[in-house]
Design a protein around this ligand. Structure first.
Ligand SMILES: [Cu+2]
Length: 143
């Protein structure tokens, strides 16, 4: 059986697939280690969506609960809270989750995370299909 010419073209051109299906690229995923019996940690990464999209939820086998958090400062006190409605991802723009800003929060972590471990995360988006990410456990780069 012969593949249609268009399908062959798509195999060789990554851009062809991008045009058809919304997608999100994830890079530099890192989760902080959990020393001293802490069962909560933050994860950071850079997300780039092909079309306007939104990160709506995150899950991990490594934690009972995972949330998308934003950080705000009121009266000099930094607090964090779950982002209502998720994290907006403007098309073709790198959106960074980083220390001191938006982050993913793993809670009720099942086993301590040590530097060098790997954590599997599943990110769910409004438009793009879910993305499986393997984050390394380590100290996130300061900016
Ligand atoms: Cu948090």
């Amino acid at each position: 059986m012969r593949l249609p010419a268009l399908a062959l073209l798509c195999l060789s051109l990554a851009a062809c697939q991008d045009a058809a299906t919304p997608s999100v690229e994830v890079s530099d995923a890192v989760c902080r280690p959990t020393p001293n019996g802490r069962d909560v940690t933050g994860c950071y990464m850079t997300l780039t969506a092909s079309t306007d999209d939104r990160l709506v939820s995150v899950s991990s086998d490594a934690a009972a609960t995972a949330e998308i958090h934003e950080v705000s400062t009121e009266g000099g006190v930094m607090t964090m809270s779950e982002m209502a409605g998720g994290l907006p991802l403007p098309a073709a723009q790198a959106t960074a989750l980083k220390p001191g800003g938006n982050h993913l929060m793993l809670m009720q972590i099942t086993a301590p995370l040590a530097e060098g471990d790997m954590v599997d995360l599943t990110l769910t988006f409004e438009e793009a299909p879910p993305v499986a990410v393997t984050a390394r456990v380590g100290i996130p780069a300061a900016d």
